[in-house]
Design a protein around this ligand. Sequence first.
Ligand code: PLP
Length: 226
Amino acid sequence: MSEIANNLAHLKSEIGAINPKATLIAVSKTKPIPDLETAYNAGQRHFGENKVQELVDKRKALPPDILWHFIGHLQRNKVKNLIPGVFLIHSVDSIRLLNTIQKKAQDEDVEQNVLLQVHIALEDTKYGFDAGECLKFFEQRKHNDYPNVIFKGLMGMATFTDDSQQIYNEFTLLKSVFDKIRGIEATNVIFDTLSAGMSSDYRIALNCGATHVRIGSQIFGARNYN
Ligand SMILES: *Cc1c(COP(=O)(O)O)cnc(C)c1O
């Protein structure tokens, strides 16, 4: 078995031991197409990318039954290249971006799945809504303004730290906001996705209720950005 297939099998059993229903998203950013093909041939169908052009190029080159996840900061002028053809946008971090997604989805006559990204980390370099802002959005029924958008849940990234208690607290906050919104009934609010956890902290995230983990380096090896 290839190393990628080995890594996937190992991760699946680790994840399954905590939450057998959780979805593993293979984060393939910077990795060449043959690596994705190897993962695909091992049964992997959910792939995550953080650059629009890279996702579009890989989407063209790979089988059509792949479910593509966009996980990076999304510039509004690139939304037109992403939709349709992206299963879930994890990184909706502003109302202006949401407006652009609504308009493009309407033009294409599609419904676009999104997650709102919630800022839970201590670093202020990470994008996202504040937890309170996010809750208010749904309480004020702002989702009604976006008939072509399906709100599937929330995404969060924890602080980059060795302090697992800190990470646990941040994911727990994310889960509590998720649970509050889940009680809101609307046709375009289908909260079944809590995207949290990467290679270093996915166990903590799953223990806090994550339904989707986004894992790159533990599958494909370290990234080389040169
Ligand atoms: C790169 C990336 C990941 C995966 O990171 P690893 O540490 O390689 O698992 C997950 N989520 C986001 C948003 C990323 O940009």
